[in-house]
Design a protein around this ligand. Structure first.
Ligand code: NAP
Ligand code: MG
Length: 462
């Protein structure tokens, strides 16, 4: 797609208030592929005012009509799926088949699910002598990261629109083209002017202005825990609602009764997909001491086979950061069995699929979110030990449990302090609530739970 030299505000592409721009870089070859305007507080203010003005009419629009607009949006995402996949590949670096299946495919499912939900949700219910109305919270400030650039936009905007909210989006500086394409899709879908607005720009400038704006009723943020804490504090001080989808350090717990080869193979693939840039990735593999050596050999083989199919990391900073973590793992005494800190290619921000053995639970690589293609294999002695290790980080976003018997896996999963657990390789479900325990966040996205984030209740007593 061709980059827009403006902000999508009030149903049109408007020139930015300032002259600064953001260069969009293809991380596979380090070439600048486009420039987009870097929005300022002035652009944010214009967008929030427009969103506020559009709120009463959109909130009063019948849910069936809001559903029809979201369904039209889904249809545009389907019609433009190739362009979406190519755009994500160009600015994020994901291999094209992954962009097609996941980056372009999942948002279609999520948008479709909210078209259905908007049409069928009970926005009004009787409770004793009361009628309880579910009303939109108002103007939403959405701040999204680059790792699943369209999914994270749709996971906020679709339920917000279904609820009757209006939105101002500040997407990640690394992936603004996907956000511009989404704005085109909104326009094509006939969503009324002002209901969705886009301000591209830098986090500490446009992002912060949006989070602090008094015309915003709910800030929905996905990204790092460090920025999330700041946004939570700002929102708290203003008694503003906030939803935070933050980092993770999820455990892949392989119980002794599991199909070890399958659990290891799926576990490694789970981390390598999207080059390890997935907040819910199972970056810690927990293996019983009796199966440890076999698991390490299987994981090393799986990572080596992954080889060239892996895409680059998103930018030079993440490239340096992830390689730094790998060096730190070696320095702290973990044993490299695949990959390593050396860049495998001269050009592009590539990191080889990396596996560490002999990782202990307190090592930095077992505690901090690396956000790269790095698996740490940790040994446990018994189930209680495995549980203590699995729960032993500040995070709690996702995880996996493998066992010969489903009930055994479920019993373990119920003791994990985490928001989602896949049992024996359970599939992604776009209707299941997604979100964190502990410092992985506040609130849930997707499905009905994701919709209620954008609603507040009013009860009338009779
Ligand atoms: P980030 O800084 O938290 O970025 C997320 C979003 O917040 C981006 O749109 C960013 O804008 C914006 N932002 C940054 N500072 C802000 C501020 N002070 N006020 C308001 N908005 C602000 O994350 P990152 O720098 O891209 O990545 C750093 C690390 O975060 C990664 O290594 C990874 O560990 C974690 N991360 C987690 C997720 C997740 O899904 N949980 C996603 C991405 C990253 P800019 O794009 O301009 O920075
Ligand atoms: Mg940042």
């Amino acid at each position: 797609m061709k980059a827009h030299n403006g902000m999508y505000i009030d149903g049109a592409w408007r020139p930015a208030a300032g002259r600064d721009t953001i260069a969009v870089v293809n991380p596979a070859d380090e070439q600048v592929i486009a420039e987009v305007p870097a929005g300022t507080a002035e652009d944010v203010d214009a967008a929030v005012r427009v969103a506020r003005a559009a709120l009463p009419a959109w909130a009063a629009t019948a849910p069936a009509e809001r559903a029809a607009r979201i369904a039209a949006l889904r249809d545009v995402l389907v019609a433009r799926k190739d362009e979406i996949a190519e755009t994500v590949t160009a600015e994020l670096g994901a291999p094209l088949p992954f962009s097609q299946a996941v980056h372009a495919g999942v948002p279609v499912l999520v948008a479709g699910s909210y078209a259905e939900r908007a049409a069928s949700y009970a926005f009004e219910e009787k409770v004793g002598n009361s009628t309880v109305y579910a009303e939109p919270v108002g103007v939403v400030g959405a701040i999204t990261p680059w790792n699943y650039p369209l999914h994270q936009i749709v996971a906020k905007v679709a339920p917000a629109l279904a609820a009757g909210c209006t939105v101002v989006l500040k997407p990640a500086e690394d992936t603004p083209l996907t956000a511009q394409l989404f704005a085109e899709a909104v326009h094509e879908a006939g969503i009324p002017a002002g209901v969705f607005n886009l301000v591209t720009g830098l986090g500490p400038v446009a992002g912060q202005a949006l989070a602090e704006h008094e015309g915003v009723d709910l800030v929905s943020f996905t990204g790092s825990t460090a920025v999330g804490k700041q946004i939570g504090a700002t929102a708290g001080a203003a008694v503003k609602r906030v939803a935070l989808e933050l980092g993770g350090k999820s455990a892949n717990v392989i119980l002794p009764s599991a199909d070890l080869a399958k659990a290891v193979a799926v576990g490694v693939a789970n981390v390598m997909g999207n080059s390890g840039q997935t907040c819910s990735a199972w970056t810690r593999m927990l293996v019983h001491t009796s199966q440890y050596d076999e698991a390490v050999a299987l994981a090393a083989e799986a990572a080596a086979k992954y080889g060239d199919r892996i895409g680059p990391l998103v930018n030079a900073k993440q490239h340096a950061r992830v390689r730094g973590y790998i060096e730190q793992g070696v320095a702290e005494g973990a044993r490299l069995v695949a990959g390593g800190p050396e860049a495998p290619r001269e050009q592009g921000y590539f990191v080889s699929p990396t596996v560490f053995a002999d990782v202990t639970p307190e090592m930095t690589i077992a505690q901090e979110e690396i956000f790269g293609p790095v698996v740490s294999i940790i040994r446990y002695e018994d189930e209680d030990d495995a549980l203590r290790i699995a729960n032993g980080t500040v995070y709690g976003l996702a995880g996996a449990v493998w066992a010969g018997d489903e009930a055994e896996a479920v019993a373990f999963a119920r003791r994990m302090d985490t928001g989602q657990v896949d049992i024996n390789g359970g599939r992604f479900n776009p209707l299941a609530p997604f979100g964190g325990y502990k410092q992985s966040g506040i609130g849930r996205e997707l499905g009905s739970h994701g919709l209620t984030e954008y609603l507040q209740t009013k009860s009338l007593q009779f």
